[in-house]
Design a protein around this ligand. Structure first.
Ligand code: ATP
Ligand SMILES: Nc1nc2c(ncn2[C@@H]2O[C@H](COP(=O)(O)O)[C@@H](O)[C@H]2O)c(=O)[nH]1
Length: 182
């Protein structure tokens, strides 16, 4: 059965870093999604996201879409199928609302990993270290969506794997165990 690993959690917890590790270490492809937010330094269209204008975003058909920190994000069935053509296990980074939607619609094909940190204060430092603008970091950390995503939604609590990403070495040890168990 084709499988989808969903990575969710608050901003700065390390979802994208883990997604990149899965790609590099295990060849697990990423499902690309669409957004209207501005590109960050180093990000590339068609590699990190499909970057859209509000008009081009509105023309696409999405499996699910959300507004997060004032910007639009959406994932498509085509994006998922494209990744599944490369490999039977793929990964997708979405917010917790997206995770709930995928579990509702794809059931046992989905494994949700909720990425957390023990000390919320480290999130701001991580986003600043990533090169994000200080004002944008403040807004992002305080956004309703990032605060909400610190917790696992009740609907998916029983079948979500928690990964506490405080120490990268411990995180990779746990991920290696989870992948090898499969
Ligand atoms: N275990 C860790 N220890 C220290 N820094 C880390 C760790 N994991 C990730 N980081 C760093 O934290 C920053 C944020 O990580 P990342 O971009 O993966 O977070 P994210 O959850 O995808 O955030 P967002 O939702 O805002 O896109 C990056 O600079 C990354 O290198
Ligand atoms: N529900 C969805 N959430 C998505 C999608 N693409 C990304 N995201 C989530 O948005 C926030 C912000 O992302 P960022 O790259 O601007 O930091 C983060 O939680 C992502 O997981 C999507 O298609 N659907």
């Amino acid at each position: 059965m084709k499988k989808l690993i969903i990575l969710c959690g608050a901003s700065g917890t390390g979802k994208t870093t883990i997604q990149n590790y899965l790609l590099k270490q295990y060849g697990i492809p990423r499902v690309l999604t669409h957004t209207t937010r501005a590109k960050r330094k180093e990000e590339k269209d068609g590699v990190d996201y499909y970057f859209e204008t509000p008009a081009s975003f509105a023309q696409k058909h999405y499996f699910e879409s959300v507004t997060y920190d004032g910007k639009q994000y959406g994932s498509s069935r085509e994006g998922l199928e494209r990744a599944w053509q490369k490999n039977a296990i793929v990964s997708l980074v979405v917010d917790t609302a997206g995770a709930v939607e995928y579990v509702k619609r794809l059931g046992k094909q989905v494994n949700v990993w909720h990425i957390e940190v023990s000390d919320k204060e480290t999130l701001k430092d991580r986003l600043l270290a990533r090169g994000d603008d200080a004002q944008a970091v403040k807004q992002r950390i305080n956004s309703f969506e990032s605060q909400r995503d610190l917790q696992i939604p009740a609907e998916i609590q029983n079948n979500t794997q928690v990964i506490v990403n405080d120490c990268w070495e411990k995180t990779t040890q746990l991920i290696d165990q989870l992948i090898q168990k499969r």
